[in-house]
Design a protein around this ligand. Structure first.
Ligand code: B12
Length: 330
């Protein structure tokens, strides 16, 4: 959610116009910025334009595509519907009102009513950051790490993302949210990690994201749950190059690499990154992936396991331990 620079296109597409003519100022956003923001490739945007007549960008005096804000809003909605399983041919031809209806009918981006979570989002929106930070810490210490992760951190992240997509929170709100959430999670996690160190808790996990995935809250939440399952965890933050992952695994004799992917990382980058990492790691080292990227629900490279959420972590760890015991008995 970076601030996308607005470029004043000056007018509708008009190659060869006289630049001195009076112009109607119209704001537009370039194709690279749009593709990055929405999580699509530039090629996809061009193909849709040709095939479905949407989006319909204006042109800069130099002929570059410029997308007006209404089209960006519609594209954002289109992307969320596609992530939820709708097809491009069905959604791209609809009006924004129809798409909003479709999103509502299929529950896409809709937050279930929750007074407490709504209150936290309001604090962020109203600039009550000290209150927000205090509330997070209070809830975390009152309910404990697991309840905090499952009942507050995870659903609040989705809510904040939806509020940004709906335009009711700004990017800087999201940064403040991430900062406060990370501090709270780490504060609770630290004593647990310290106590687990040296106890030989297995599987020994490395947790990170691949280059291109800058969202780090999902993997931090996963680290909290793995730690509660008494796994020894090595969190490397976000965007670790593949060779560094491999070096860390070999140096520390780690059992599993756990990775997180949101929908903002292009599908191709997810699958190629995973295939390459699989090739580089010894066969006995597991790769577990989680997060909201729709790619994870499709076919993954052989030897990569999808853990579909935070609650299934318990089960995945138990299954790994059982398999490890059987191997040890052979
Ligand atoms: C905070 C945030 C940011 C912060 C990130 C700061 C940080 N240090 O992490 C900032 C402001 C920097 C940011 C930037 C962007 N963001 Co952002 N961001 C979010 C937000 C609110 C939370 C991010 C997050 O960490 N999510 C990850 C976790 C919490 O959610 P999850 O993927 O659903 O995973 C869950 C489980 O599956 C599990 N899990 C996750 N990982 C793993 C791993 C394992 C092994 C296991 C077992 C489980 C597990 O835990 C989660 C809890 O339920 C989300 C909203 C959302 N719904 O996630 C948007 C969101 C991910 N961002 C989005 C976008 C578009 C962006 C930008 C591209 C926007 C832009 N204009 O530039 C940039 C990306 C920049 C880049 N270079 O990649 C979109 C992506 C949608 C899409 N289809 O592309 C989202 C979904 C918002 C939205 N509703 O549209 N963002």
């Amino acid at each position: 959610m970076t601030n996308v620079p607005e470029i004043d296109s000056g007018r509708e597409p008009t190659h060869g116009d006289n630049a001195n003519e009076a112009v109607v100022p119209r704001a537009g956003i370039g194709i690279g910025a749009i593709a990055h923001e929405i999580g699509l490739t530039k090629d996809t945007l061009r193909v849709w334009e040709r095939r479905y007549g949407f989006p319909r960008p204006m042109r800069s005096p130099g002929g570059e595509r410029l997308y007006p804000q209404e089209q960006v809003t519609k594209l954002r909605l289109v992307k969320r519907l596609l992530d939820a399983g709708h097809r491009p041919s069905k959604v791209l031809v609809q009006s924004i009102e129809m798409l909003q209806q479709l999103a509502q009918d299929s529950g896409v981006g809709q937050d279930a009513p929750d007074v407490e979570l709504d209150r936290l989002v309001r604090m962020l929106r109203d600039g009550a950051y000290d209150d927000f930070r205090f509330e997070l810490l209070k809830r975390a210490t009152r309910g404990g790490l697991e309840r905090f992760v499952l009942d507050i951190a995870a659903p609040l992240s989705a809510r904040v993302g939806n509020a940004w997509a709906a335009g009711t929170l700004q990017v800087y709100h999201e940064h403040l949210f991430s900062e406060a959430m990370q501090v709270t999670l780490r504060t609770l996690l630290r004593p647990l990690s310290d106590a687990l160190r040296g106890r030989g808790g297995r599987p020994r996990m490395l947790l990170t994201t691949l280059t291109g995935e800058s969202h780090g809250l999902g993997i931090l939440m996963a680290e909290a749950i793995f730690s509660l399952c008494e796994c020894e965890c090595m969190g490397l933050g976000t965007q670790t190059p593949l060779h560094d992952i491999v070096d860390a695994v070999n140096a520390h004799k780690l059992d599993i690499v756990a990775l997180s992917f949101t929908a903002s990382m292009p599908a191709q980058a997810v699958t190629s990154g995973l295939a390459e990492l699989r090739n580089l790691l010894p066969a006995e080292v597991g790769i577990w992936v989680g997060g909201s990227s729709p790619v994870l629900r499709r076919k993954l490279p052989e030897g990569v396991e999808h853990v579909p959420g935070l609650t299934p972590i318990d089960e995945a760890v138990a299954a790994w331990r059982q398999a490890a015991t059987q191997v040890a008995m052979l």
